[in-house]
Each structure stands twice: as C-alpha cells, then as structure tokens.
Design a protein around this ligand. Sequence first.
Ligand SMILES: C[S@@+](CC[C@H](N)C(=O)[O-])C[C@H]1O[C@@H](n2cnc3c(N)ncnc32)[C@H](O)[C@@H]1O
Length: 362
Amino acid sequence: MTSIVLYCRPGFEKECGAEIQEKASWNEMYGYLELLKNQGIVFFHLQESEHGEALMRKLPLKRLVFTRQWFVTLTEKITLPDYNRVEAITEALGNQCQYADLRMEMPDTNDGKALSKFCRKLAVPLRQALRKEKSLSEKGDKDGAILHALFLSGQEVILGFSLHENNSPHVMGIPRLRFPNQSPSRSTLKLDEAFLFFIPKSEWGHRLTSGMNAVDLGSAPGGWTYQLVRRGMMVTAVDNGPMAESLMQTGQVKHKMMDGFKYIPMKQNVYWLVCDMIEKPTRVAKLMADWLLNGYCKEAIFNLKLPMKGRYQQVNKDLQLMKDEFLKHNVKYELYAKHLYYDREEVTVHARLLSPLPQKEL
Ligand SMILES: C[S@@+](CC[C@H](N)C(=O)[O-])C[C@H]1O[C@@H](n2cnc3c(N)ncnc32)[C@H](O)[C@@H]1O
C-alpha cells in the first residue's frame, strides 16, 4: 500500500487530514487517515498504490493550508536493529532510483527533538552508504527527487520521496528564521516567514522594496511594522495600543490611534496592507477583500485567527467569502493561505488582484 505522509503543526492533525482527504477526493483519489495526535504527523493511506505519486504531481503543496511538508512512502515502517542500522535502511530502500538529497526527519515534538542528535550521527554513514549504492547523487542534482527518512523513534523509520518541484525546500517544511533583537515583538517572524513563503525572491525587486507605502492594521507594538521598516517602506501603523519608540524614531512610521476597521487611506498610493488584528476571521476577510476591491492597496498579507473547533471549515468559509467577492466584481485574483511555522492558532493569507477592476467599478 502507498501512503502520503504529511507534516503539520502538532495539534492540527485533524485539519491536515481533513484537507488532504477532501482535496484528494476532488481528484478521485481515496484513502483513509491515520493521525499521530499531537505529533504533527498524518498518514493518508491510499486505496490505489499509484495514487500516491499521482496526487503529489497533481496537487500543489502550496494549496494545502495545514501541511508543511509531505512525501510518498517507499517502505512500510521499518523496525531498526540495535546494530547495523545503516545496512537495514539501505536494504529496505533497494537501489532502483537515485535521489538528489537525503532529509533526516522526526516529529516536531520534545521527543522528536531528543531524536535529532541520534539522526545527525546516523546521517553521515547513511549518506556514504547510499552514495555507494548509487541511491544518492554525489553532487546533489538540484532537480532530482528528495529522499525522506522519518524517524518515529530510534527503532522505527519510514522512507519516502518528494518531488523537488512540489515540496518545501526546508527540512520538515520548517524555515529557521533568526529573531531580530531590534523587533519589539516575536510576531515579527510571522510576517518575515509570510514574505518568504508567498513572494518569490526573484520578484522582491518590484513587489517588496524600499520606498513603498504600507499600512499595518493592528500594529502594536510593531513586530510586523518592523519588517516593513527594515525593507525601507513608509508605514502607517493603525492601533489604539502604543508603538515601540525605536520604530517611531526611524521617521518611517506614522501612528494612527484608531479602529482598523474605520481607517481609510487618504491617497491611493499604498502597496502593502498587512493585518494582524485579533478579530473574528470573517470580519477580517471581508475587510481585506474591500481594501483590494476599492484599490486601497495592491497586495495584502493578513492573519485569520482560528476558533477552537471547526478550524478547517472556518478557513474554507472565509476564503470562499473572498473568492465570491472577487468573482462578483469580475476580477482575477491570487489567494493563498498557509498555516506557517511561526503561526499558532491562526493561518496567514496572501491576496492580490491580477486584473484591474472593470471600468464601471472605478
Ligand atoms: C497580535 S497583536 C499585533 C501584534 C503586531 N502584529 C506585532 O507584530 O507587534 C493584535 C493587535 O491588534 C490590535 N487590534 C485589535 N482590534 C483592533 C481594531 N479593531 N483596530 C485596531 N487595532 C486592533 C490590538 O490592539 C493589538 O495590538
């Protein structure tokens, strides 16, 4: 049997599972779920073995909100002996294919962290053995498939592969970002990660660059504003709460102490709208669609805070609301949502319109 293994934030296995099952069924591929609760790991066991790779080829990982990384299994769970573990792994893999790289992975939990030392030690002889067997390329061919070894414990591993054009470039889908000491809050990492995830670096020159105007709704104390300021933007920060003095001293920030739902920019020269207000997600989604459709901004990145229950349904409902608004106004759009690594009980959304508003709307 073939399975797809999906990584998500621990505690979100139900959402991750519901999403893959639903999106696979749109492609007429069916299977059942096995959730490793609070370990951030979901197995989707497919009814037809060829559907594992077929689904990975059809469904863009970027479209899965709750999945950080995924791979198709090549083996069942392998029980490792106390000695000769490398041999046990290479034997189970066989040498029918050559992979571009090896990722040693483990659950994103405290137990998983304890395994990372063991994995680091094993990685060196395992790589050497795989290269000898011609299962791993010598130079790291950048277009080849990636071999994943997921260690569920020191005694149990499962092997699989992902496609370089449809996987996360990060081990376990986790980008490790450095917290900038000058930022007034840790939330800053969320917007840093969002820019990296949603905006291709090759386009930063015209979509994320100095001199642009930005609005930050729900800005205090200023972690998100800091990300805009450090990229050379002029920011209007809207929040009744106080902004960090260090940001105000840059001369790049204007602070409006008012309700973010009532603020309207005076000039239509705002490129970025970012929003981290703690509010009902549907209200935020509606506001973001209004800003884009009114031409108040060109692109928006915002968080939808999730309720305790029905989190997958809530995200779908709010994204659908935005799509319906865009369709009603006959505009093409780009809309992606992701449960980013630095997100907690929220998802991050990026939206922009790709076609101008029809003349009658202006
Ligand atoms: C999670 S904090 C924002 C943190 C900020 N992004 C940062 O990185 O420092 C949420 C903020 O939203 C603000 N907020 C909530 N409702 C708001 C509203 N209706 N208008 C303006 N700000 C609001 C709160 O005052 C709070 O400062």
